[in-house]
Design a protein around this ligand. Structure first.
Ligand SMILES: [Zn+2]
Length: 250
């Protein structure tokens, strides 16, 4: 089980970054540990710590209404700290709007209750080749900056006897996208969920996404996108990888 990360940045842009962190090294503990670094040292590097979204045990002690009320209060504080006049007609509804958007929309995938219910069907046609659902649009948010990550996910599986409704593949991608995320974790969470549901290792996920924290601020690279991939079971073979990449046009 591994995730490959390719950043399509030009070499000179990579050289501009002073600190290189090996994601794989971090995950298997062979490199410098994230916990030993300060926030300044980590800087804009998007290193993830685990496949599971880090959640507290009491994550759902508050209901959605209580969460929205609290977020609205604190977002108002942020706006006021920035010096904005919250009595202005255009701004006064913003704290409530942001709170509602966070809880009910863009971070709704934190709540396991929102996980798509999936029905499986028998593979009556005995179709035994890969099925690829490509160009699934998704919008997520970077957990380090809380600005959008958006792009396309391509998911594939080889049936072990059951098949899944195609729209459910889109729903699973978007459920995990609606969390504060890093792209590597999003890739893994989608792949592991599909493996669990479909009862097979033979799952592949490729994500090609843009990060607004890279394009609109920081290094301000407007042309780079980041590709992550997961190839499980039969997809580990070069021929299956090539077949999948041919279908998705990469
Ligand atoms: Zn970011």
């Amino acid at each position: 089980m591994f995730v490959q990360v390719f950043s399509k940045k030009m070499k000179h842009e990579r050289d501009m970054e002073t600190k290189e962190i090996s994601i794989n090294g971090l995950l298997n503990g062979s490199s410098i540990r994230l916990s030993e670094m300060t926030a300044e040292e980590i800087g804009d590097e998007h290193a993830s710590t685990s496949v599971d979204t880090p959640m507290r045990a009491d994550a759902f002690a508050m209901n959605d209404e209580e969460k929205m009320k609290k977020i609205s209060f604190h977002f108002r504080e942020i706006m006021e700290t920035l010096g904005l006049d919250l009595t202005d007609d255009s701004l006064k509804g913003t704290p409530d709007r942001v709170a509602k958007m966070y809880v009910q929309e863009i971070f709704s995938g934190l709540n396991p209750a929102a996980k798509p219910k999936v029905a499986l069907f028998d593979n009556k046609y005995k179709y035994n080749q890969m099925l690829v659902e490509k160009n699934i649009s998704f919008y997520s948010n970077c957990e380090h900056h809380f600005v959008p990550i958006y792009g396309k996910a391509h998911v594939a599986y080889i049936s072990s006897g059951t098949v899944i409704g195609l729209s459910k593949l889109n729903r699973i991608v978007n459920y995990f996208a609606k969390r504060p995320q890093v792209q590597e974790r999003l890739t893994m969470q989608i792949a592991q969920e599909l493996q669990r549901i479909l009862g097979t290792e033979d799952v592949a996920v490729i994500i090609d996404a843009r990060h607004l924290c890279v394009s609109s601020r920081g290094i301000k690279d407007e042309s780079s996108s980041t590709v992550t991939s997961f190839y499980g079971g039969k997809f580990s073979s070069d021929s299956k990888k090539e077949e999948m990449m041919k279908y998705v046009g990469m």
